[in-house]
Design a protein around this ligand. Structure first.
Ligand code: SF4
Length: 473
């Protein structure tokens, strides 16, 4: 069976998941190849284009060839973004990445990528002298046309690849051996002893008897605690005692035991005591791309392009004021800041969900525009995070152990939903915006604009409704 570099990285992340994909593709949950994934793929090609043009402009351009394939007898398959024929019987390998550094940990270890390429190239009869990861320069600031020489950094990873080689060869052998097996133990998988963020979409395939909710719904549960529960064969929250969990987990557990939300009125009151009218419910959308879109932007650095604002002027205000902004062209966010300045007054609280996101954008914009720093820093000081209330003030097992607005809203205000919206997430909005700004004026563009405005508006209206429901609580 053929093993590509992508398969090998998949193997490193989870051998069983790769086996399932290769042997039982119908049972493997592929997930959706979303428009956002298409955006990332297109960006990867764009970066590769600049890489190619840079090499082709060099004095030794004729030494480079692109998309070279190495296929080995035992099935290894790799495609190098470029190789350089050094003229002495050796080649250099180049792997282009859309990251702003060489990633050495986590789900995608780029050193392993390059090492797999080297091993495949050498098994195919070539001799590799050097290996490079070509990544984006995070300090590059676009001014006019993209300068590929400034945009790209060639990181020489030859020695790291050499260090990783023996281990990677052993791992490749294991992968070949595993994929050669027609059967494996499918009765469970190692994520049984891992926290929920580690689980992939195949968790329920390998562990079909685990109930929902389960021990994995307990927030910030430690691996040691999971190990203990797994050893006892206890997965159902009804089998877990209140004295076995932390104080924060107690709330979720009690909610599961009683089948109702756990409410700490003092914690909720604390939030409302801090809130001052008028209250500005605000949400930003941001765009980031491998290739900076406009002058002043850096690779992969987010640029806010849209915001929605619902203003509740007094506690009894039944007619909310709604303001929105959506950039119609690629631009740095100065016009958006000025729009906010004319709609957000000098007093009152701002309320966001997961406010660290909005505050990070405010800090970044303050650095970009020092003349706006006072305004933006004042916004940060006045911002309250509505999500905090759901960490200890109002905890419901129905949120599935999460405090995301997408989990809280359907329980607190079930008449409001993101379901069926053309733009239904931040990544959808990001992808929609790039289409919007590149589209000529037409009915389709008007529909897209409307879908984007509706999505962002729902984000802030959802906060108003949750705020009001909590006020009643
Ligand atoms: S849930 Fe974890 S161990 Fe199980 S298949 Fe997915 S990644 Fe692998």
């Amino acid at each position: 069976m053929q093993i590509s570099k992508t398969d090998f990285i998949h193997f490193l992340n989870c051998p069983k998941s790769l086996w399932l994909l290769k042997h039982k593709p119908d049972d493997y949950s592929h997930g959706e190849f979303s428009d956002y994934m298409k955006k990332l793929t297109a960006e990867g090609y764009e970066v590769e284009g600049y890489f190619r043009s840079l090499l082709q402009s060099q004095a030794d351009a004729e030494r480079y060839s692109f998309q070279s394939i190495f296929a080995t007898e035992r099935g290894l398959y790799a495609k190098a973004d470029a190789i350089r024929d050094n003229g002495d019987g050796t080649i250099n390998l180049y792997e282009v990445k859309s990251s702003t550094s060489v990633k050495k940990n986590g789900q995608h270890n780029q050193i392993k990528d390059a090492t797999f390429q080297k091993i495949a190239a050498e098994e195919a009869g070539l001799s590799v002298s050097k290996a490079f990861i070509v990544h984006l320069n995070k300090d590059y600031v676009r001014q006019g046309e993209i300068d590929p020489g400034q945009l790209l950094i060639f990181a020489d990873v030859t020695s790291e690849v050499a260090e990783a080689e023996a281990g990677t060869r052993a791992e490749i052998d294991e992968a070949v051996q595993l994929l050669g097996q027609h059967e494996i133990d499918e009765s469970s998988c190692s994520c049984l002893c891992q926290t929920k963020p580690n689980h992939c979409d195949s968790f329920s395939y390998f562990n079909p008897t685990i109930p929902t909710p389960s021990i994995y719904s307990l927030p910030r549960i430690s691996k040691a605690k999971i190990d203990g529960f797994v050893a006892d064969g206890r997965f159902d929250l009804d089998e877990i005692g209140l004295d076995e969990v932390t104080e924060k987990q107690t709330l979720v557990l009690r909610s599961a035991h009683l089948g109702q939300p756990m409410i700490d009125h003092a914690a909720i009151a604390q939030f409302f005591n801090k809130a001052a009218y008028p209250i500005y419910f605000i949400d930003y959308e941001t765009y980031s791309s491998a290739i900076p879109l406009v002058d002043g932007a850096r690779p992969q650095a987010p640029i806010p392009f849209q915001y929605s604002l619902h203003v509740k002027r007094t506690p009894d205000d039944m007619e909310l004021l709604h303001v929105e902004y959506l950039a119609e062209e690629a631009a740095m966010p100065l016009a958006m800041i000025e729009h906010m300045q004319s709609n957000i007054g000098p007093t009152g609280s701002l309320v966001s969900w997961h406010a660290s996101f909005e505050n990070t954008q405010n800090k970044t914009m303050a650095k970009l525009y020092p003349e706006k720093a006072d305004f933006l820093h004042d916004l940060i000081k006045r911002t309250l995070d509505l999500e905090d209330m759901f960490k200890d003030g109002y905890v419901d097992i129905a949120f599935g152990g999460s405090t995301s607005i997408k989990k809280v809203l359907p329980i607190i205000a079930p008449d409001l939903t993101y379901m069926g919206m053309d733009v239904a997430s931040g990544t959808d909005a990001m992808e929609a915006w790039i289409r919007l700004i590149n589209m000529p004026e037409c009915p389709e563009k008007a529909e897209l604009r409307q879908a984007m405005l509706e999505y962002c508006k729902l984000d802030t209206y959802a906060m108003v409704r949750i705020f009001e429901e909590m006020e009643r609580v």
